[in-house]
Design a protein around this ligand. Structure first.
Ligand code: FE
Ligand code: FE
Length: 399
C-alpha cells in the first residue's frame, strides 16, 4: 500500500511555497508521491482577472515540479471541467489507486471551513485531511485548528493530521502582485517565471503608462489588500477635493491619491527586493524599518510602471514623512492620507479643520501629531518629518 498525497489548488501561478509545502509533507508523512491537481473552476473563490486559461495553469504546474522527486501533476480536474469538487476528484483518484492510502493536503483556511465543502463526510472517508499550518508562530490559529480537528473527528470519524510546516509565507495573490512590480524571482521556480515572462502572462505584456484614470484606479486597487481599498479610495477623493480648495492640479491629486499606497501590500523583505529591483538608494534607517519604504517604492512604481509625472511621484514619495520645501501637491497627499473619511483617531476632526482652513497649518499639526505619537511609542522619528516641521516653523506657520 502506497501513501499518496493529494494537493489541490488553483496554482495561479504555482510558486515556490507550493513546491516546498508538497516536499515537506512528503518527507514528514513518508508519502510515496504527492499529486498536484490544478482546479478547473475552484468552488470557493473566483479566479483573479488576468488569469491564464486552465491549460496554461496546468503547464505552469508541470514546470513547477520539474525535477522534484516524488511530485507529479494530474489533469483530472481540468479534463473533467466545470466546478472542481474535491469529492469528485478523490473518487476518480481512488479508482486508480484503490489499494493505496490517500492524504488530502490543505492550508488552514480550507481546513477551518471543511464542513462547508461538498460532501465532507465522503471526502473524509476517501482521504485523510492534513492541515498544513504555521501554528508555532500563531498560538490562536493553533488552538483553532486543534479545535477543528476534534470537531472533524467527531463528525466524520477521521483523525486529521496537523502538520507544522514552514511553508514559504507567500500566496499566489502576493506572487501576482510581485510579478506586476517585476520582483517575483525569489518566489517562483525559474522555469515557471520564464514561461510567465515569455508568454506575457498575468498582464505582464500590458503597457501601463499614461492610463486613463478609471483603468489606473482599477489596477491600483487590485494590487491592495482588500482591507486597504476604502482608505485609498477615500484618500484619492479627499486629495481631489483639497486640490480644488487650494487651486492645485486635480488630475495629479487624484492620480497620486489612488497610487500612494500601491506597494503597501508587500512585506518589509519584499519592499527591500523592490528597492533592489529599481536600484533605489535607501538609508540605514529605512533598511531597519523596511515597511516605511512603501512611499519610496510606490513613487518608483508610479514613475517606472505607470509613467506618472514628477509632481505625482514626489507627492507619493513624501506621503508618510513630509519633507522640507514641500509642494502644494505633496502637502495635499500627506494630509489626504491622514484625514480621509475612514480615518478615526483622537484629534482627526481637529486635523481636518486645520487642513481645510490652511494647508500649512494642517501640515504642521499633522507632523506634530506624528512626531508626538512616535515619541510616546519610543519609535525613531524620520529625519524628513523633523525637517518638514522646522521648515514650516521657519516660514512662520501658526501652530
Ligand atoms: Fe501610506
Ligand atoms: Fe495611505
Amino acid at each position: 500500500m502506497a501513501k499518496i498525497g493529494i494537493y489541490g489548488g488553483t496554482f495561479n501561478p504555482p510558486h515556490a511555497g507550493h513546491v516546498l509545502a508538497a516536499q515537506q509533507c512528503r518527507e514528514q508523512l513518508g508519502l510515496d508521491e504527492v499529486i498536484l491537481i490544478p482546479a478547473a473552476i475552484p468552488p470557493h473563490k473566483a479566479l483573479a482577472d488576468d488569469s491564464p486559461d486552465a491549460a496554461v495553469r496546468l503547464e505552469l504546474t508541470r514546470l513547477a515540479v520539474q525535477g522534484e522527486e516524488g511530485l507529479t501533476v494530474s489533469d483530472v480536474e481540468l479534463s473533467r471541467g466545470g466546478t472542481s469538487y474535491t469529492v469528485d476528484t478523490l473518487r476518480e483518484i481512488k479508482a486508480s489507486y484503490h489499494h493505496d492510502k490517500l492524504y488530502l493536503l490543505m492550508g488552514t483556511d480550507m481546513f477551518l471551513s471543511f464542513e462547508s465543502w461538498r460532501n465532507p463526510e465522503q471526502i473524509a472517508s476517501l482521504a485523510l485531511p492534513v492541515c498544513l499550518h504555521r501554528g508555532r508562530e500563531n498560538p490562536q490559529l493553533k488552538a483553532d485548528i486543534e479545535q477543528q480537528a476534534k470537531r472533524l473527528k467527531k463528525l466524520y470519524r477521521c483523525e486529521p493530521i496537523l502538520l507544522d510546516n514552514d511553508c514559504v509565507e507567500i500566496s499566489s495573490t502576493q506572487v501576482r502582485r510581485l510579478l506586476f512590480f517585476g520582483c517575483a524571482q525569489a518566489y517562483l521556480p525559474p522555469a515557471v517565471l520564464h514561461r510567465i515572462e515569455a508568454g506575457g502572462l498575468y498582464g505582464l505584456d500590458a503597457d501601463c503608462r499614461a492610463l486613463p484614470f478609471d483603468r489606473l484606479k482599477e489596477i491600483s486597487l487590485s494590487l491592495l489588500k482588500p482591507t486597504r481599498v476604502a482608505h485609498v479610495a477615500g484618500c484619492c477623493e479627499t486629495a481631489q477635493a483639497l486640490a480644488r480648495r487650494y487651486g492645485a492640479d486635480e488630475r495629479d491629486a487624484a492620480r497620486a491619491g489612488i497610487l500612494h499606497d500601491v506597494t503597501k501590500a508587500l512585506t518589509g523583505e519584499q519592499q527591500l527586493q523592490l528597492c533592489e529591483h529599481f536600484s533605489l538608494d535607501i538609508t540605514e534607517f529605512e533598511r531597519e524599518h523596511p515597511k516605511l519604504l512603501h512611499a519610496k517604492t510606490g513613487a518608483a512604481v508610479a514613475e517606472r510602471i505607470f509613467g506618472e509625472n514628477e509632481a505625482v511621484c514626489s507627492a507619493i514619495c513624501y506621503h508618510t514623512t513630509g519633507c522640507a520645501e514641500m509642494t502644494t501637491l505633496e502637502k495635499i497627499i500627506y494630509l489626504a492620507d491622514y484625514i480621509e473619511p475612514t480615518r478615526a483617531f483622537d484629534g482627526v476632526e481637529q486635523l481636518r479643520e486645520a487642513a481645510w482652513r490652511d494647508l500649512d497649518e494642517g501640515m504642521l499639526l499633522g507632523l506634530d501629531m506624528t512626531l508626538e505619537h512616535l515619541r510616546e511609542q519610543k519609535q525613531p522619528q524620520a529625519l524628513e518629518s523633523v525637517q518638514a516641521r522646522d521648515w514650516l516653523l521657519a516660514k512662520g506657520t501658526k501652530a
